[in-house]
Design a protein around this ligand. Structure first.
Ligand code: DGL
Length: 275
């Protein structure tokens, strides 16, 4: 019998776990391999070329572990590396493999969550400067006006487990205030970085109650359910033993501790050397 494949989930660090959690809840039967490039995180301020090289390296590592499908559970990587990987690397080297991102599935639905058709997008500098969200949302919801806010201090707060501490208040308040200054009409904020859902308790304290906060986990999971139902050639090649493996390029003990708290279950990650 031929070996069956796993689904790879990749992020620069812990943030992709917010997407992995939703995917594994909605599609528990598949085998998953999670890779966090914690040693080189954050990606948000790296150049286009660096994010592309790091992301490609991680994707190729996941392919080598038996993933036929990899989800870039990272907006920065989706904005800066996905297109090159899909258009250049896959056709040349991996014609039977697939890599999907998180920006398009989000852009397809986000307009439905705003009554005023004024949406705030909070992300890393890389994601905001790429303009991917205004462009993609414009394809699906031309009537929506997008206001962007880069939040470069938020990923470091999460990666260092300082996101719920008192010291985080200053930077949460600062970026929220800068976004809301752009328009009083914003009634929906998209957390366009997979690390940011960990800041939701803090964000709620600084946001007016009528503003909806949108995270990507459930949106990406639903889109994957739909993708697999349409691509039976991929779906039938996937193993269905419900296995989960976790890898980090960073400190494995710190990863285990933080990831277990977040996922609500003990896990034992392994270390991977990527450089
Ligand atoms: N979780 C990544 C994202 O969605 C964070 C990127 C970073 O490392 O700065 O953009």
């Amino acid at each position: 019998m031929k070996n069956k494949f796993s689904i790879g989930v990749f992020d620069s660090g812990y943030g992709g776990l917010t997407v992995f959690k939703s995917i594994a809840e909605q599609l528990p039967q598949y085998n998953y391999i999670y890779l966090g490039d914690n040693a080189r995180s954050p990606y948000g301020d790296h150049s286009f070329e660096t994010v592309y090289q790091y992301t490609l390296q991680c994707v190729e590592w996941l392919f080598a572990q038996g993933c036929q499908l990899v989800i870039l559970a990272c907006n920065t990587a989706s904005a800066k590396a996905l297109r090159s990987i899909q258009q250049l690397d896959l056709p040349k080297k991996y014609p039977n493999h697939r890599v999907l991102g998180v920006i398009r599935p989000t852009a397809e639905v986000v307009g439905d969550f705003s009554v005023n058709k004024k949406i705030g997008v909070m992300g890393t500098r890389g994601t905001v400067n790429s303009n991917s969200y205004p462009i993609e949302i414009g394809h699906f919801f031309p009537e929506v006006k997008v206001y962007q806010q880069a939040c470069p201090m938020w990923v470091p707060l999460v990666e260092n487990n300082e996101h719920l501490a008192g010291g985080a208040d200053y930077f949460v308040n600062k970026y929220v205030a800068e976004l809301l200054q752009q328009s009083e009409q914003i009634d929906c904020i998209l957390l366009a970085c997979t690390h940011y859902p960990l800041l939701v308790p803090k964000l709620k304290a600084f946001l007016p109650a009528h503003i909806k906060l949108l995270s990507q986990g459930d949106i990406v999971a639903k889109s994957l359910v739909d993708y697999l139902s349409r691509h039976t050639e991929i779906e039938t090649s996937l193993g269905k033993e419900g296995k989960r493996s976790f890898y980090t390029s960073g400190d494995v003990n710190i990863f285990n501790k933080q990831a277990s708290v977040f996922l609500g279950q003990e896990l034992l990650a392994s270390q991977v050397k990527l450089s």
